[in-house]
Design a protein around this ligand. Sequence first.
Ligand code: MG
Length: 222
Amino acid sequence: MHQGKRAIKIKNSMENISPTKIICLGRNYRRHAEELGNVVPDKPIIFLKPPSSLIVEGEKIILPSQSQDVHHEVELGVVIGKAGRRIPRAKAEGHILGYCILLDITARDIQKEETRRGAPWILAKGFDTFAPVSQIVRREELAHPEGLAIRLWVNGETRQDSNTRFMIFGIGEIVEYISSYMTLEAGDIIATGTPEGVGPVRKGDVITAEIEGIGKVRFEVG
Ligand code: MG
């Protein structure tokens, strides 16, 4: 495990970004909210993952000893290029550098316990290696980020297969909402929620995820 700032590569360039924070949405796909027995939210559910949870291809997802039920969640990541606060949704695009695949790896048993206690999801979501990411594809190369096939396989078996058009809150709305509470810095990543089909992973599993126009990533569970 390396320490210090994580550098995430922008595809076809020598440039990297390093987020100050990873802001995540919970329950942003109706069918995923329903599969976990949750109500569909009327405003976004927001939590953070620490930058220390980031890994890039070639690094392994490490199962922590504190959890017996670690789940995969594939998500579209929105990468901020230009800092801003109180960004109106109509101007959101101008603050976006590009997009990536982000796996919101989750210790489901710890999350359930935190939810029961009325505690935030930080520990369930924030373990080292719990935010595997792909390279970043520039905004200009992705015409319709709200209409992309999004898929995840475990050992070659399809687990998640949806489309980003099923997001409840759209990208502009999400940027507007989050930036009305906190400044979005260049390099920050917004994980826009996972579609249905989440489930457990075990040591030795190979997770492959793909978002149309961004590409494919592969991560081993160690
Ligand atoms: Mg998630």
